[in-house]
Design a binder for this molecule. Structure first.
Ligand SMILES: *Cc1c(COP(=O)(O)O)cnc(C)c1O
Length: 400
């Protein structure tokens, strides 16, 4: 893995990725690609990005030894990359800061975003307020009902939340609607996508912004333990926190990389959100080609995960490619395993993790005992769990 260099000039990661959109969107995506290509070569752009990550987001996020949890499990040492400590409580803001700076550079005054659980909507509303732009967030009508606190947060931040009544009234329909709106108002509107998916150049761009996670971790692990971890593990929804951690490690052959999909109620049921682990075929959704949960007629299958942020039938194209070339191992953690890991981190470390991140932790909980005490597992703690306490309480049969 000496010279990893994806995507190609057409936005393909092997046979995944690309640009599958209506004709009317091609000029917008070409404009975006051009603007990003220029920004990428401009040191001032990166200086502004780093400035905001430091002074607004609070980076670098630390790495932290989960000593009591490691001792309890009796094997490898577990370290946490603390993305939960970022402003707004997750890794998503790394990406929205980057895209907002690009929008500003392109002279756009209006932002649109899609959101499922509302985490990306909140991160988008946050940067829209900071950069003085208007923000319309497209959200499925059912999700609006389920995620009222985040809907209110977005409104407090000055965003306009647009309910989407079509389809299953969830994330996939919100993304369709946001793309439709972008076609209608390309001139003044920037579409800010929340994960390492969508048509080119989004997967590459979101990855580049999230690589701050892995770049920091490499430096910090060297300082803290004098070497890189034996395993780096992250949960995978669309794949942005995982690719942000993995990408800087791709050429470090001694570091095993593990992506954890949502196993939901079990891989022997249809109620999961694990396109790679379930062996889903390749398909096209939301402007890109990748492994995609679909039936024989190409209809998108319903998904389930206890964590809203992992509840997506597709996966970012770079992950599908990394699976194809065998550089990253993909596996699942079930709802139950994630909830168990959630409890353990609360009790042994005093950290309430996001349910998404609990999937990555579940891998460590299962595998640390099988490893030697001087081995190191680095878990990307993608977000904090305050947003999930109602879900966890309901599952435990507790009324808040
Ligand atoms: C949204 C979210 C995820 C899943 O998104 P990715 O793009 O796969 O990273 C994971 N963790 C948290 C805390 C999230 O908010």
């Amino acid at each position: 893995m000496q010279n990893y260099n994806a995507p190609d000039s057409q936005g393909f990661f092997g046979r995944h990725g690309g640009l599958y959109v209506p004709e009317t969107l091609i000029p917008a995506l070409e404009g975006l690609k051009q603007a990003y290509t220029q920004a990428k070569q401009d040191p001032e752009f990166w200086a502004a990005f780093e400035h905001d990550l430091k002074h607004y987001v609070g980076r670098p996020s630390p790495v932290c030894h989960a000593g009591r949890l490691s001792e309890h499990l009796g094997g490898a040492q577990i370290w946490l990359k603390r993305e939960d400590l970022n402003h707004t409580g997750a890794h998503k803001v790394n990406n929205t800061i980057g895209q907002a700076l690009l929008a500003k550079r392109m002279g756009k005054k209006r932002m649109i975003a899609e959101t499922g659980a509302g985490q990306h909507g909140v991160a988008s509303a946050t940067v829209a307020a900071r950069f003085g732009m208007t923000c319309d967030v497209y959200m499925g009508a059912d999700d609006i009902q389920r995620q009222m606190p985040n809907v209110f947060r977005m409104k407090l931040l000055g965003a306009n939340v647009v309910g989407v009544e079509s389809g299953s009234r969830t994330l996939k329909d919100a993304m369709n609607e946001a793309m439709r709106e972008w076609v209608a108002r390309v001139d003044d509107t920037f579409y800010i996508i929340g994960t390492a998916a969508g048509p080119a150049p989004y997967p590459e761009m979101v990855r580049d912004f999230q690589c701050v996670i892995g770049n920091e971790a490499k430096k910090q692990m060297q300082e803290a333990v004098g070497r890189q971890p034996d395993v780096a593990v992250a949960c995978v929804g669309g794949g942005s926190n995982a690719i942000g951690l993995f990408h800087p490690y791709i050429t470090e052959e001694n570091v095993r990389l593990v992506g954890v999909e949502a196993g939901g109620r079990g891989m022997d049921t249809p109620e999961h959100a694990a396109p790679i682990t379930s062996g889903a075929p390749i398909g096209v959704l939301h402007g890109f080609r990748s492994y995609l949960m679909q039936d024989e007629d190409g209809q998108i299958l319903g998904t389930h995960s206890v964590s809203a942020g992992l509840d997506y039938p597709g996966i970012g194209p770079e992950h599908s490619y990394l699976h194809d070339i065998g550089r990253v191992e993909y596996t699942v953690a079930s709802d139950e395993a994630a909830l168990n890991a959630f409890d353990l981190l609360c009790r042994f470390e005093g950290i309430i993790p996001a349910l998404e991140s609990s999937h990555a932790l579940a891998w460590a909980v299962e595998n640390a005992p099988k490893m030697a005490k001087d081995q190191v597992i680095l878990v990307n703690l993608s977000g904090r769990g305050d947003k999930d306490i109602n879900t966890v309480a309901a599952l435990k049969g507790i009324e808040l």
